[in-house]
Design a protein around this ligand. Structure first.
Ligand code: HEM
Ligand code: HEM
Length: 199
């Protein structure tokens, strides 16, 4: 039986999706490990964390701008009713957090009384947001921003469990075409072989 014709996302959208995904997952891991790091390591990983985070912010702007100009493929025909609604709700919330998490991190470091500079990938000085360090109680404000940053990151982990769980369920249990919509065409053959199809 010939493989069905898959309506994929554009290669640009697919590349941005996976690049952003890798950076976010790395940043969640680094953030959760901060507490276990000794001082010099923590400082090094903090610069990496901030560099990845600001890159996510920039790439998410690019991803959404691209989405405005190049429409995503039509909704998958296999999804009906609540499934479609749930998938769209999770996607919208993911986009919200892809902005809110890096922005709250930026607010947190900008208002911190420690005034530690951000240098992206140890080469590009990145400014702090203006006025935040001159607030009456910048320390308390920065602490609050840190709490919010952490809570949003935990929210992202919850959404990813749903998002990745759904993608894997479609691929391995329902054996439909959803995952192929977001994977490069050259990987389709390999992924089909992996789930035991001739392709
Ligand atoms: C931090 C990690 C991730 C983030 C932030 C993320 C975010 C998103 C977003 C926002 C969309 C909607 C795209 C749009 O319509 O504009 C999407 C689609 C998609 N994602 Fe992810 N994703 C992540 C990781 C993953 C992983 C690990 C998988 C697979 C195991 C995956 C599989 C998919 C698939 C298959 C779609 C297309 C769904 C459709 O058919 O419309 N994602 N992702
Ligand atoms: C993809 C984006 C990001 C993710 C997923 C992320 C995730 C996290 C996580 C999980 C933590 C640990 C929270 C906790 O244990 O309560 C953390 C801490 C932190 N993040 Fe981020 N972060 C991101 C972007 C940023 C950015 C852009 C900055 C600054 C420019 C930043 C600055 C910080 C700082 C300073 C801490 C330590 C806070 C503290 O010790 O109280 N993060 N982040």
């Amino acid at each position: 039986m010939p493989a069905p014709d898959i309506r994929r996302y554009h290669a640009v959208a697919i590349s941005l999706h996976w690049l952003i995904a890798v950076l976010i997952i790395a940043n969640l891991a680094i953030g959760l490990l901060f507490g276990y790091m000794a001082r010099p390591d923590r400082f090094w990983f903090m610069q990496l964390h901030k560099s990845f985070g600001i890159t996510v912010l920039a790439l998410t702007c690019a991803r959404l701008s691209w989405r405005l100009f190049c429409k995503p493929p039509p909704e998958p025909a296999s999804l009906k009713g609540w499934e479609l609604w749930a998938a769209q709700a999770v996607h919208v919330l993911l986009y919200v957090l892809m902005f809110a998490i890096p922005l709250s991190g930026w607010v947190l470091v900008s208002s911190s009384p420690l005034h530690i500079p951000t240098v992206l990938f140890w080469s590009i000085p990145w400014p702090h947001l203006p006025f935040l360090d001159s607030l009456g109680d910048a320390k308390a404000f920065s602490h609050q921003a840190g709490e919010i940053h952490g809570l949003l990151a935990y929210g992202m982990i919850g959404l990813l469990v749903l998002h990745v769980g759904a993608a894997l369920r479609h691929h391995w249990t329902l054996k439909d075409e959803i995952l192929f919509r977001m994977t490069p065409a050259f990987l389709e053959h390999f992924l089909r072989r992996l789930r035991g199809e001739k392709a």
